[in-house]
Write a protein that binds this ligand. Structure first.
Ligand code: ADP
Ligand code: MG
Length: 693
């Protein structure tokens, strides 16, 4: 008989290990005190070093202390999807329960909760959406806003909303009328109406704000001098190294550093901070490529990607210990700064950049740019190397550059297009946006611009009220207002199926896979999908072809091998398998939403002219016209822009296009384009284009 541990014994030892791990965390020694503080304070701010156990432990403490009695839940919000998922999985494991039962998560397009869920991890954006359905968030006894230092636009809005909800819930039942007055007509059940708060018995709400940074003052002041407690962390010294000169290509510099560490330094995993999926996937490939040139005994390096759009089973791989003798190199976005802690890291490589949203309300231009990280972010990054022992951090820029970094990142609400948020606030019955109690007020210009945009999209009436039904319908869709509007339009144009696919494809990064070493081959393969009408139609044909291929496979009886077939098809066609999976999921979810709204998903088949007209009618605010010198002028802002080289229209340069995204790198680029007839604009968006004449 084979000798070995029985499954029961192995489970027992895992449980014991987890129990020991939990006990060893800095937060464990202050459990009693924290619960006392929560009992004594309706609002509590908890500040603690990353990795001290705030996110995984506090909800469990609250559960044990009885905060989930009578079916109540503790809700924990995260700015990032991936953090909500990984932490929920970890906590379920710690509690030794199946995920989705007592411990669950809910993020946009992915819900793993049930009626028995008591500890619910979710994105801050998702909780905002829940407030549309349950204005007092009455199922929660405690809400923990985690990673508040991140100051995402959703966190900021959520803080303001929770402040109102808490006040409403602490009032006697018959005095609750403070929030919510938008009510739909026609007797239709409306989302986001803060109705029904009167006369209903809802117990008070506890609020906990958690943050990794040391500056709790801003939150404390915002909540009227709320109490802040600090949880001491454990941090080992980290040696910081800088480069002698600026690096012209930080991706290449990161690669060189990875191999230097791998070949010269003691064991310990490496964490590299990159800016996005494309960059991560390219470094992942390059690491594997370069490993082939090393001798067998030096090849024990395992690259692992971690970014939000990564399917969750792949995300979890980063947490598992490396195979025997292997060194892991985790390629992550800034998600690994504070949201998630991966054990085993001793070396950090920090090129010093981050992808950030910027917005210019005057020009109505939002863009996602790679910019230098702030000092606060840089410090958090190096800190990741000193969690379990002394570590090293390699900053890929000269020391003199460090002093020039901004102290901290500007709150997102001050640098993003506000139309999405304002639409949600309007749907919650909050009409006075300028007077709304934001922790940091967005500029008046940005608010005015967003209101104007929502009016042009038909979400708001001329006097700034939520339009019935378009505004309500738009606020129900968990999408950017332009996309929501496009779906509603598509319903009228009988091309909802095509628009659903398009919106799903536009919601994912990097549809095509473009390996450096096979550029030509990839390009030829892409030509096969390319539509002379532009990128939207090209994506549509990728999606449809894959769909047809999978249908055939299914009918040939290979349903259980679908995943494999899909992967193979994607590799053969130079399409990004991860992104396509994500797009297919997204499609299914949005389709469910529109069907629930009573829309009938019809297709225009091959009449793509109608679909292009629908694109023009939907994206009329993002139209650009070719100028004599071959550049384009964005019609709304008047900016000079260029077609991005990845667009299928890069060479064709049609006279007039609509675009999805404007991005500033070395130039101002427009991405994801469709050729349109310029006469369609005044025809299909007369309220905008006729008024201009
Ligand atoms: P904080 O929120 O204070 O930053 P966390 O509660 O996220 O801390 O993490 C506490 C500890 O739990 C960390 O030391 C981390 O290594 C460990 N941990 C968290 N998630 C996982 C996971 N998925 N797998 C293994 N360990 C984990
Ligand atoms: Mg945390």
């Amino acid at each position: 008989m084979v000798q070995g541990q029985s499954p029961t014994a192995s489970r027992f030892s895992t449980r014991q290990k987890i129990a020991e791990h939990r006990k060893s965390l800095p937060i464990a020694s202050v459990e009693k005190r924290l619960i006392e503080e929560v009992n004594n304070n309706d609002i509590l701010i908890i500040v603690g070093e990353t990795g001290s156990g705030k996110t995984t432990q506090l909800p469990q403490f609250l559960f044990s202390a009885g905060f989930c009695r009578e079916g109540k839940m503790v809700g924990i919000t995260q700015p990032r999807r991936i953090a909500a998922v990984t932490v929920a999985k970890r906590v379920a494991q710690e509690c030794d329960v199946p995920l989705g039962q007592r411990v669950g998560y809910s993020i946009r397009f992915d819900d793993s909760t049930s009626s028995s869920t008591r500890l619910k991890y979710m994105t801050d954006g998702l909780l905002l959406r829940e407030a549309l359905l349950d204005p007092l968030l009455s199922r929660y006894s405690v809400i923990i806003v985690d990673e508040a230092h991140d100051r995402t636009v959703h966190t900021d809005v959520l803080l303001a909303l929770l402040k109102m909800i808490q006040r409403a819930r602490s009032k006697p039942v018959n005095e609750r009328s403070e929030i919510g007055n938008a009510s739909g007509e026609n007797g239709v059940q409306r989302n986001g109406v803060l109705r029904g708060c009167q006369g209903r018995k809802v117990s008070p709400l506890k609020l906990i704000i958690m943050s990794a940074s040391l500056d709790a003052r801003v939150f404390s002041e915002y909540f009227g001098g709320a109490k802040a407690v600090h949880v001491q962390g454990r941090q080992f010294p980290v040696d910081i190294f800088y480069t002698a000169h600026p690096e012209s290509d930080y991706v290449d510099a990161a690669l060189v550093t990875i191999f230097q560490i791998h070949l010269e330094e003691k064991p310990g995993d490496i964490l590299v901070f990159l800016t996005g999926q494309d960059e991560i996937e390219s470094v992942e490939r390059l690491v594997l490529e370069r490993l082939k040139h090393l001798s067998e005994d030096k090849r024990k390096l395992q690259p692992l990607a971690i970014f939000s759009a990564l399917p969750s089973e792949q995300q979890m791989r980063a947490f598992a210990p490396a195979e025997n003798g292997f060194r892991k190199v985790i390629l992550a976005t800034n998600i690994a700064e504070t949201s998630i802690t991966i054990p085993g890291i001793r070396y950090v490589i920090d090129p010093g950049f981050v992808k950030a949203r910027t917005y210019d309300p005057k020009k109505g231009m939002e863009s996602l740019d790679v910019v230098p990280a702030s000092k606060a972010q840089t410090l958090q990054r190096s800190g990741r190397a000193g969690r379990e022992g002394p570590g090293k951090c390699f900053r890929l820029y000269p020391e003199s550059e460090f002093a020039k970094l901004e102290d901290s990142t500007k709150p997102e609400i001050k640098r993003c297009n506000l139309s999405n948020v304002i639409l949600q606030l309007k749907a919650l019955g909050i009409d006075d946006i300028v007077g709304f109690d934001f922790i940091d007020k967005p500029s008046r210009g940005a608010i005015v611009k967003a209101l104007a945009e929502l009016r042009l999209l038909g979400a708001l009436t001329d006097d700034g009220k939520l339009d019935d039904p378009v505004g309500y319908q738009m606020s129900r869709l968990p999408l950017d207002p332009v996309y929501s509007r496009a779906l509603i339009r598509a319903n009228q144009f009988n091309c909802l199926e095509e628009m659903l696919i398009t919106v799903a494809m536009l919601s994912v990064e990097s549809i095509f896979y473009d390996p450096r070493e096979k550029r030509e081959e990839a390009r030829t393969s892409r030509n096969h999908f390319a539509s002379i009408e532009g990128d939207h139609l090209t994506y549509l044909s990728v999606y449809r072809e894959l769909d047809e291929f999978l249908e055939k496979k299914k009918s040939a009886g290979g349903a259980n091998k679908i995943d494999k077939s899909m992967k193979k098809w994607c590799i053969n066609n130079f399409v990004n398998n991860r992104s396509l999976k994500h797009a297919r999921d997204t499609y299914r979810q949005i389709r469910e939403h529109v069907e629930q709204m009573g829309f009938n998903v019809s297709s225009c088949g091959n009449d793509l002219l109608e679909f292009r007209r629908c694109l023009a009618a939907s994206f009329f605010l993002k139209a650009a016209q070719r100028q004599l010198d071959g550049t384009y002028r964005a019609l709304e802002s008047g900016e000079v822009v260029h077609i991005h080289p990845t667009s299928v229209l890069f060479r064709a340069k049609p006279e007039c296009v609509i675009f999805d995204e404007l991005m500033q790198t070395s130039k101002k680029y427009i991405k994801n384009l469709t050729r349109i007839d310029p006469l369609w604009l005044p025809e299909l968006a007369p309220h905008y284009y006729k008024a201009e004449e």
